[in-house]
Write a protein that binds this ligand. Structure first.
Ligand SMILES: *Cc1c(COP(=O)(O)O)cnc(C)c1O
Length: 344
């Protein structure tokens, strides 16, 4: 499959900005090339535009070639860049599942790209057939999210793979919650599918949402295209240094993930005993979608007690649902007690 054929004409023809750090890449003792201040080291210097050190560590962690890694200011950055590489405004379109993460649509709207959806089935899942049936010759990108936000479940991986075999465009699998999942990552399938993009992030299991680092794993061709159009210094030095330190704490993070999974189990058990709870959907993530008697009312009463959950009542297929993030044992217990006080 020729990825270049999918690329917008103006991006194919683009000569990217060549920054000082691109033109000289070695080590030197005097840098007078970038109009930086000579004071306030190390913050006076522009950061590595391609984040070589960070990618080296992520490559080890994910068992992948560093050339297949793109890093952005959160995963929201590659989401936007994928539109800008592949989708011609007012001409091309994308297809996403519904319900799912809101940023795919927001970025489509900003870029003036038609955004179509296929409703998930009763199990919040997909089939390759229904997705393919909704594609047209203008469909450039299919957005999948697994485990999916806000439903929490993983999508059927064989159906995703069928889609990868049959759809001749870009397929994105957003794995923001993969560290909490029992399913294997699609990163392992990258060598088979040049049009696959897998998104992951340091914002969830890695406990670093404030730091803003998102990852896109893809074929070298796609990574090069994303690099071509990104802002030169899109990941700042503080973020790069912080993440290098954080990766060294991988064992602690594994412990925290385990703890969250234990707390998730306990939270679900306790929610199941509450009379207001009508259904708890299966989850592979660090949150749980719960159907309750009066979602708007319960949401507001919890706000009044100082506890904020996500009200998903107005979202397709999620009528009556609250999305509850798994917190500490204490936080979860307080939530349960508050719901009991409000509803008994
Ligand atoms: C939280 C989340 C992200 C993370 O976005 P960042 O910009 O990396 O913080 C991405 N995708 C989904 C589905 C999410 O829920």
């Amino acid at each position: 499959m020729d990825i270049y054929q999918l690329v917008r004409k103006n991006i194919q023809q683009l000569s990217p900005y060549s920054c000082a750090r691109d033109e000289f890449k070695g080590e030197a003792s005097i840098y007078l090339d970038a109009n930086e201040s000579p004071y306030n080291a190390p913050y006076n210097r522009y950061p590595d535009p391609l984040q070589v050190e960070v990618k080296k560590e992520i490559a080890k962690l994910k068992k992948i070639d560093p050339k297949q890694i793109f890093l952005g200011n959160g995963s929201d950055e590659p989401i936007d860049l994928i539109y800008r590489v592949f989708c011609e405004p007012r001409q091309d379109s994308v297809l996403a599942i519904s319900p799912t993460y809101g940023m795919y649509k927001v970025c489509a709207d900003i870029n003036n790209i038609a955004y179509y959806t296929v409703s998930l089935n009763d199990h919040f899942d997909i089939t390759a057939d229904t997705i393919l049936a909704a594609t047209t010759t203008e469909t450039k990108v299919i957005w999948l999210c697994s485990p999916n936000n806000p439903t929490g479940n993983s999508l059927n991986s064989s159906e995703i793979e069928l889609l990868l075999q049959r759809f001749k465009g870009i397929v994105v699998v957003d794995e923001a919650y993969i560290d909490f999942s029992s399913q294997p990552s699609f990163v392992q399938k990258l060598h088979r599918y040049p049009q696959l993009v897998v998104l992951q992030t340091f914002s969830k299991a890695w406990g670093s949402a404030a730091v803003r680092l998102g990852m896109a794993f893809a074929s070298e061709t796609i990574v090069q295209l994303l690099n071509r159009i990104k802002y030169p210094y899109n990941v700042n030095l503080l973020t790069q240094n912080y993440i290098l330190k954080r990766i060294k704490q991988a064992d602690t993070i594994q412990q925290q993930i385990k703890q969250t999974l234990t707390e998730r189990r306990i939270l679900i058990e306790k929610l199941a005993t509450l009379s207001v709870v009508q259904h708890i959907y299966p989850t592979d993530a660090n949150f749980v979608l719960v159907k309750v008697e009066d979602a708007n009312g319960l949401y507001q009463s919890l706000v009044d007690k100082g506890t904020i959950v996500r009200n998903r009542n107005s979202v397709q297929l999620c009528q009556g649902c609250l999305r509850i993030t798994v917190g500490t044992s204490q936080e979860n217990e307080t939530l349960i007690q508050q719901i009991i006080e409000l509803t008994q």
